[in-house]
Design a protein around this ligand. Structure first.
Ligand SMILES: *Cc1c(COP(=O)(O)O)cnc(C)c1O
Length: 403
């Protein structure tokens, strides 16, 4: 691992010289315990490379040539919403895209003043705050629109809103049929300004023919509603759309996953840089005899004397339990090594028979530059989005700020 130049070491390095973690920005001290005592290095932590994040943002910009809404919902895909929003605050983004008002508030609490867009339909309890803080909703129904209009009128403001159009996702927005009438209806609402139109791609990483038809359909809808000049913002593409397709007619794109270093279309993966590296540490190494069970249910039983390392991470940290028995590996000191038996809440066991040098304290990479997170997702029979957002608060996020 490289050393990170901008940050000074705090206190003694308790890592056995195997990590530069003390050089990362994390929780510095245990408040009220002893102001001079640095916290113990965590059992499990995520190193988050903000320079790589900005690199990936530049790739998104380059790939589509459009203005960008950085999608930072779900705690910036588990990377830490406030830190990621702050890291991107100077990047000239048109919007930050969030799922709900709590996330919008967190961006403001981080001191970031960029515009905020709510990616899905809102419910009644959220709308007053959205209007009061001038966040931007997308509309899926006339009832929702009327309610926003009423709340804006009460405050004497005009709220910018986007028209959400359902071109195939089936999750929100107005269906194409009858849209001109819908728009005419919306235009009667004097306290709303229809500044944008957006739609979403359900299968840009799975079904190219459908996605191309969908893109054509979105362009036709915009034409039918008065053309590109009618809407300040026109947006359709997620990461897969940005990387794999030309989106004629749009002037805004909504990258999520690719910012965090993973391409939904594997061919573009080499262009992106790893942002999150999930790490833990060996807490114990023993040799178990042949015929010894490992972990709950004894789903794995040794067939030979086996050097087993216990590692301080488990499903309580968001490392998925369901990788058990599906060939999941970890990376330790240059070796890919198999997980033995079931993932437990706080610990996993790894076969280190092949690596006599692995000892207590050794750093373990669960995913990162040496072990793509896609591999973990595959073993867990899920998608990378879920792996990232499943990393729990127990995992300390540590940020590398310099390039
Ligand atoms: C989550 C989301 C995105 C980002 O998708 P990625 O595949 O992660 O790039 C874009 N648009 C909408 C509406 C979303 O909900």
């Amino acid at each position: 691992m490289a050393t990170w130049p901008r940050l000074a070491k705090r206190g003694p390095d308790q890592s056995g010289g195997q990590t530069a973690l003390a050089l990362w920005v994390g929780e510095a001290r245990v408040a009220g315990v002893n102001d001079d005592f640095p916290v113990s290095p965590p059992r499990a932590w995520a190193e988050i490379d903000l320079a790589a994040l900005r690199w990936n943002l530049a790739v998104a910009r380059e790939a589509c040539g459009l203005a960008l809404m950085a999608v930072v919902k779900a705690g910036a895909y588990g990377h830490g919403l406030e830190e990621i929003a702050r890291a991107l605050a100077m990047e000239d983004l048109a919007f930050f895209g969030v799922a709900n008002v709590r996330e919008a508030r967190q961006i403001r609490q981080a001191g970031v003043t960029a515009r905020i867009y709510l990616l899905g339909p809102t419910w009644a309890g959220e709308r007053e705050e959205i209007v009061a803080r001038d966040w931007t909703p997308c509309l899926s129904s006339l009832e929702e629109a009327r309610e926003f209009n009423r709340l804006a009128a009460v405050r004497g403001v005009r709220l910018k809103v986007h028209l959400a159009v359902d071109t195939g996702m089936g999750r929100g927005g107005f269906v194409a049929e009858g849209l001109p009438e819908v728009l005419a209806g919306l235009e009667q609402l004097e306290c709303l300004e229809i500044e944008g139109i957006g739609s979403h791609l359900p299968s840009a990483d799975e079904d190219e023919a459908f996605t191309r038809r969908q893109m054509a359909c979105f362009a036709e809808i915009i034409d039918a509603l008065g053309g590109a000049g009618r809407f300040r913002w026109r947006h359709l593409s997620n990461s897969a759309g940005i990387l794999g397709y030309e989106t004629g007619g749009c002037n805004l794109a909504r990258p999520g996953l690719m910012l965090y270093g993973v391409s939904p279309l594997p061919g573009f993966q080499p262009q992106l840089r790893t942002v999150m590296t999930l790490k833990s540490r060996v807490t114990l190494v023993r040799t178990l005899p042949a015929g010894h069970g490992v972990s709950y249910g004894r789903a794995f039983v040794t067939t030979r004397p086996t050097r087993v390392a216990t590692v301080g991470i488990g499903y309580g940290d968001g490392y998925p339990r369901c990788v058990s028995g599906h060939g999941a590996e970890v990376w330790i000191q240059g070796h890919h090594l198999p997980i033995l038996g079931r993932v437990t809440m706080d610990q996993i066991m790894v076969d280190v028979t092949a690596c006599p040098e692995v000892a207590e304290g050794a750093e373990v990479e669960l995913f990162g530059p040496n072990l793509p997170v896609e591999e973990v997702a595959k073993a867990a029979q899920t998608i990378v989005w879920e792996i990232f957002t499943g990393i729990t608060p127990r995992v300390q996020r540590c940020y590398r700020t310099a390039g």
